[in-house]
Design a protein around this ligand. Structure first.
Ligand code: ADP
Ligand code: MG
Length: 699
């Protein structure tokens, strides 16, 4: 049997040119070596029958053998549900179907011996099997002949091209002899030994066709470690390179602009946390290295002020600064806030967004180039516009998760020399994720809210409380407060989104004819959006009906109630962001999460977490747990620059730590990986970087 690297997948049995093209087009798989790295996403353990009493949490798909005692059908139409009580002769478990009920009832009988396949899930204090496969034992080969069955991710296109999971499995089977012939190792021997890892050949065989659960585990461990180690090596090597080759502006001086602002313009005392963080930032800015700092502070903790004061330090040292915000509303608001804070102190501030007119743009460009303009605030326009700075020294990026890695890289290029970077976010990045994304990111935390804030009270209401809620809204408005009502973005249909919003608007107008209502959504012209925001911010209108465009940053301290319609449609960090729009003044604020009655388990958990805690850090950890990092808001956009094929940032956080420490040790001893014993590492890393186009942009 030939060596894996010489195998052309086109010529494997069951492949051919069409399927090879599908592999390439859909999964970016072009060689047998890439194909064997397409790991199964699950396995069905068909090596044996399990007993119901053996079921524990987090099991893979398993099979049980026994009979159905009785059926019970509840509900009608879309809410129908079929439950079958199943016994293995010792205990019972429920099999549950929400779809295809009629078909199941026709096909299955009580008192017949069946083999049932499913993944146990835990619900209402008991295990059940949701939508299991049920088959007659006579239709199946004996368990000994089945083993673990691997399942592979495929796309719709692949499926319609007859390349489903089963077909992929067959192809892998055809590759098996090539694997058995031996695959070149991708980890150095000393690491395999140190961590007692399975070698690559065994690992690849067992990841596709595990002989038992123990070997599968070992294979997984090894492949995960390999994956995490190379990611860490790549990031840390990049960081080292930057440290050695890129110096930062030195901004030692704290001068006129900073001091005059501090003594004459600052409207309140800084919190201790704000003071500490400003010191940390100044230490970075004056240290000679390029700052790359994340400023975490929960919504309302006063990050804007910290940003402004950092920018004043840059200006004191003769540099310009800019703030980039994710939306036009937010950029405009920063502009208004900062302009009024610095008033006539001699700091010049300008706004640049998509709707800045050509003439204003030209003037602004000139002022930037000459250095007369100190602070530029804007949206993406900052990147897209051909603006050139006289000497940009500090870039502040607000609500970082909205910006991609690539966009950040483009901002660097506005200068010959890379400016200091301060990234502000209200959604803390869980440690595991930060470790995967950044090599040397320093973090400052504002862990204290300005004095006099009362924690927001959060309630989860079902639809039936709407009447009572309306009474509450009215009372709050009577007391001088203002109210947000937010509707979810409905991705499938912009029309529906607007319809929801319009209906909501009409509903409140009819309900409260005496009150004034603003409405904001993504489809409004910027000027109209701004007008509506302005009306609400100035207190002219009482209720703001909006989509999530108001999610980030908007600051109307008098608003004390946030009502989130269809809260089940929002992720945790989004809910937390929205909630942060209230609780910005001295009054008690409230957040009401409205949902329908039928909630999925995860949704129920989200509501429970929201009503229990205001702590952004706890919430983002929970979010990571519930959704997995792939779905974590922002990571998709800010883009992990590589795919993790097998490691999981949540479940494998301990291994990630080990991989990181190992990578550090290796680079400490051999920064360029040029020693003999690290030659495999160096080759593999090179390969990885070639296949990951935006690797160089990670910082
Ligand atoms: P975020 O961290 O969410 O961006 P902001 O910077 O928008 O928060 O600040 C929230 C509100 O708190 C603003 O109205 C701001 O003026 C106010 N604020 C900021 N710092 C202080 C402080 N030290 N004392 C009192 N109020 C403050
Ligand atoms: Mg903010």
């Amino acid at each position: 049997m030939g060596v894996l690297s010489t195998v052309d997948i086109k010529f494997l049995p069951g492949v051919g040119p069409k399927k090879a093209a599908l592999f390439a087009g859909e999964l970016n798989i072009r060689s047998a070596e890439e194909l064997v790295r397409h790991y199964p996403y699950k396995y069905i353990d068909r090596s044996r029958f399990y007993y119901i009493h053996e079921i524990t949490e987090n099991m893979p798909f398993i099979q049980l053998k026994g009979e159905i005692i009785r059926f019970e059908k509840t509900g009608e139409g879309r809410s129908q549900r079929l439950t079958a009580l199943f016994t293995d002769g010792k205990r019972t478990i429920e099999l549950v179907w929400f779809q295809g009920v009629k078909f199941v009832l026709e096909k299955l009988k009580t008192g017949v011996t069946y083999v049932v396949f499913g993944k146990p899930s835990f619900f209402n204090g008991r295990f059940n099997l949701l939508h299991p496969d049920v088959e007659l034992p006579s239709q199946l080969p004996p368990p000994e002949a089945m083993g673990f069955q691997p399942y592979y991710n495929t796309t719709e296109k692949m499926k319609s091209g007859f390349l489903n999971s089963k077909a992929v499995q067959k192809i892998m089977q055809a590759l098996l002899p090539h694997l058995q012939a031996g695959v070149p190792e991708t980890l150095p021997a000393y690491l395999l030994q140190k961590y007692a890892l399975m070698n690559l050949t065994e690992s690849l065989i067992n990841i596709h066709f595990p002989k038992n659960a123990n070997l599968l585990n070992k294979a997984r461990q090894r492949l995960k470690f390999e994956e995490l180690l190379y990611v860490q090596l790549g990031i840390l090597q990049q960081t080292k390179w930057r440290e050695m080759n890129v110096s930062g502006f030195v901004m030692k001086k704290v001068g006129r602009f900073f001091h005059s602002f501090y003594s004459d313009y600052l409207p309140f005392e800084l919190t201790n946390a704000q003071k500490r963080v400003i010191k940390e930032i100044h230490a970075d800015m004056s240290g000679g290295k390029q700052m790359n700092r994340l400023l975490q502070g929960d919504v309302g903790s006063g990050k804007t002020l910290v940003a402004l004061m950092s920018m004043l330090i840059a200006i004191d040292n003769g540099y310009q600064a800019c703030i980039m915000a994710p939306t036009e509303i937010l950029a405009t608001q920063h502009y208004e806030t900062i302009r009024s804070l610095v008033r006539d102190s001699g700091v010049s501030v300008q706004l640049l967004t998509g709707s800045t007119r050509a003439k204003a743009r030209e003037e602004l460009h000139a002022a930037l180039r000459s250095g007369h303009l100190h602070i530029l605030i804007g949206t993406h326009a900052l990147i897209e516009d051909p603006v050139q700075f006289h000497n940009l020294g500090l870039v502040v990026i607000d609500e970082q998760h909205r910006f991609g890695v690539e966009q950040r890289a483009r901002l660097w290029k506005k200068n010959i020399h890379p400016p200091h970077i301060l990234v502000m976010t209200a959604t803390p990045i869980p440690r595991t994720l930060a470790m995967t994304l950044y090599g040397d990111l320093s973090v400052s935390v504002i862990d204290e809210l300005p004095p006099g804030r009362k924690p927001i009270q959060t309630f989860h209401y079902y639809e039936n409380k709407r009447q009572a809620l309306n009474g509450f809204i009215y009372k709050q408005i009577q007391a001088g407060r203002q109210v947000y009502v937010v509707y979810p973005l409905i991705e499938e249909s912009e029309k529906m989104e607007l319809q929801n919003l319009n209906e909501g608007y009409a509903y409140f107008r009819e309900l409260f004819p005496q009150l004034k209502i603003s409405m904001v959504h993504g489809k409004l012209k910027p000027a109209e959006k701004e007008y509506q925001m302005q009306q609400f911010a100035s207190g002219t209108t009482h209720i703001m009906v909006a989509t999530t465009v108001i999610e980030v940053g908007v600051n109307v301290p008098n608003a004390s109630v946030m009502i989130i319609e269809n809260a089940e449609r929002f992720g945790l960090s989004q809910l937390h962001q929205l909630r942060g729009r209230v609780g910005r003044g001295a009054e008690q604020s409230y957040c009401i999460l409205l949902t329908g009655f039928k909630l999925a388990n995860d949704t129920r958990k989200r509501m429970e977490i929201m009503t229990r805690t205001n702590d952004g850090f706890e919430i983002s950890e929970a979010d990571l747990q519930l959704r997995g990092p792939g779905d974590l808001e922002g990571t998709q956009q800010s883009g992990l620059p590589f795919d993790l094929k097998i490691a999981d940032l949540v479940r494998d956080s301990r291994m990630l730590e080990i991989a990181r420490t190992t990578a550090m040790e290796i680079l400490e001893e051999d920064a360029t990986l040029s020693s003999e014993k690290n030659s495999i590492l160096s080759q593999q890393l090179q390969k990885m970087k070639q296949s990951t186009s935006n690797w160089g942009n990670i910082s």
